[in-house]
Every structure is written in structure tokens, then in C-alpha cells.
Design a protein around this ligand. Structure first.
Ligand SMILES: C[S@@+](CC[C@H](N)C(=O)[O-])C[C@H]1O[C@@H](n2cnc3c(N)ncnc32)[C@H](O)[C@@H]1O
Length: 200
């Protein structure tokens, strides 16, 4: 679809995801707030890495909610579970995905979150099709990517995405629609895509 795909970030670099100034640089607190998670929600964090967002979201969905932490690197999932244990978080489950399949049951997830990961999927179309299947009717995808349109965002082009490109790729999936873009973050877009509700 006219986009260069980035390399997958290796687990050796996981420390970068947990750097102390990430919250102030990326305002990850505003991102979590913008998601407006509700108790009992089932959230899949695709490309969860070290679990930076998992425990933050786990607290918001509560003991009756669940976070499914999907990654293709077992080393990341091992680190993630150690990080959850340190924080005594018990509602985060690890799922070892494949590059074309997050291995989630059909119609099982309310919200899918992807932070700085979609641009490095080897097989984005296959992943999108599978994620769409895993969403419950009316479920949403929250896509967070560094803004390609913004010259002030000073990272490699291949690690950024434009809204136009994201909309083109996501809405190529029948039944997945762009709903809105939330512009509260200093460097990233938050795009919300919604799966059609079941016909009434
Ligand atoms: C840059 S890290 C971002 C981690 C996390 N989302 C965060 O913001 O802290 C990208 C992660 O996506 C994972 N990843 C890459 N392709 C994937 C795929 N097809 N399915 C699941 N995870 C994938 C990588 O293994 C890596 O852990």
C-alpha cells in the first residue's frame, strides 16, 4: 500500500520502552485517559512489549476485566510477566502471537490497543483481518503512531505514519471504519477505528 515496513524492535531494546522520561515525553498518561476504559473491558494490547501499558490499563478494567498482552517475542512476554508480578497485577494474560495472527478468539475483545507497533508488522493486512475478527461487534481499535505529517516529530520516517496512510490500510478491511482522531499527544496521533455493530 505504498509504505515501507520497519524492522521489529528486538527484546534487547526493551529498556527503552520503560525509560523514566517516557511519560513526560509522550504523555502516556493522556493516552491512557483518552481511551476511557471501563471496568470489565477486555483489552488486547498488540505488540505489548515490556507491558508498559498493560498494568496501567489492568487497574482501570478492574478484577473483572482482562488485558491480553500479545507479542511475537517470547522474551518480551517473559519480561512483561515479571513486570506484572512486581506490581502484583493478576489480570494480564500473555499470548504468543504470530506475524500474521494475534491468536485471539473470534469476537472476544472490546478494545485493541497498538502503540508504536503497527508500522513494524511484517504482514499488516493479515494482522488487521485477524484483529477485526477478534473484536466484538461494535469493538474498537486504538492506533497510536508518531505523526508523519509533522516535521517537528524528529524520528525516522519509517517509524512514523500519516493519518491518511493509516485510514487507507485500516478501512481496506470490510466492516472496519474510522471513527475519530484524538489529538492530545505531543508527537503521536490516536486514531479510533470501530467494527460495525451486529445488524439489529
Ligand atoms: C516498539 S515495541 C512497542 C511496545 C509497546 N506497545 C509500548 O509502546 O511500550 C513493538 C513491539 O511489537 C511487537 N510486534 C511486532 N510485530 C508484531 C506482531 N505481528 N504481533 C504482535 N507483536 C508484534 C514487537 O515484538 C515489540 O515487542
Amino acid at each position: 500500500m505504498g509504505r515501507e515496513i520497519a524492522h521489529v524492535m528486538g527484546h534487547q531494546a526493551a529498556g527503552w520502552l520503560e525509560r523514566p522520561d517516557r511519560e513526560t515525553e509522550e504523555r502516556t498518561d493522556l493516552l491512557v485517559e483518552a481511551m476511557q476504559l471501563k471496568p470489565k473491558e477486555v483489552v488486547a494490547d498488540i505488540g505489548a512489549g515490556s507491558g508498559y501499558f498493560c498494568w496501567r490499563m489492568a487497574k482501570l478494567v478492574g478484577s473483572e476485566g482482562r488485558i491480553l498482552a500479545v507479542d511475537i517475542q517470547q522474551e518480551m512476554l517473559d519480561l512483561l510477566q515479571r513486570n506484572m508480578a512486581k506490581r502484583q497485577i493478576t489480570n494480564v494474560e500473555s499470548v504468543l502471537g504470530a506475524t500474521d495472527d494475534p491468536k485471539l478468539p473470534p469476537a472476544s475483545v472490546d478494545t485493541i490497543l497498538m502503540v508504536d507497533v503497527y508500522h513494524e508488522f511484517d504482514q499488516p493486512y493479515e494482522m488487521l483481518r485477524a484483529m477485526h475478527k477478534a473484536l466484538k461487534p461494535g469493538g474498537r481499535i486504538v492506533l497510536v503512531e508518531f505523526r508523519a505529517e509533522d516535521p517537528a516529530v524528529n524520528i525516522k520516517r519509517v517509524h512514523k505514519m500519516s493519518q491518511e496512510q493509516a485510514k487507507k490500510e485500516f478501512t481496506a478491511i470490510d466492516g472496519l471504519n474510522w471513527e475519530r482522531t484524538i489529538d492530545v499527544l505531543p508527537q503521536q496521533h490516536i486514531l479510533i477505528f470501530r467494527k460495525k455493530s451486529a445488524a439489529k
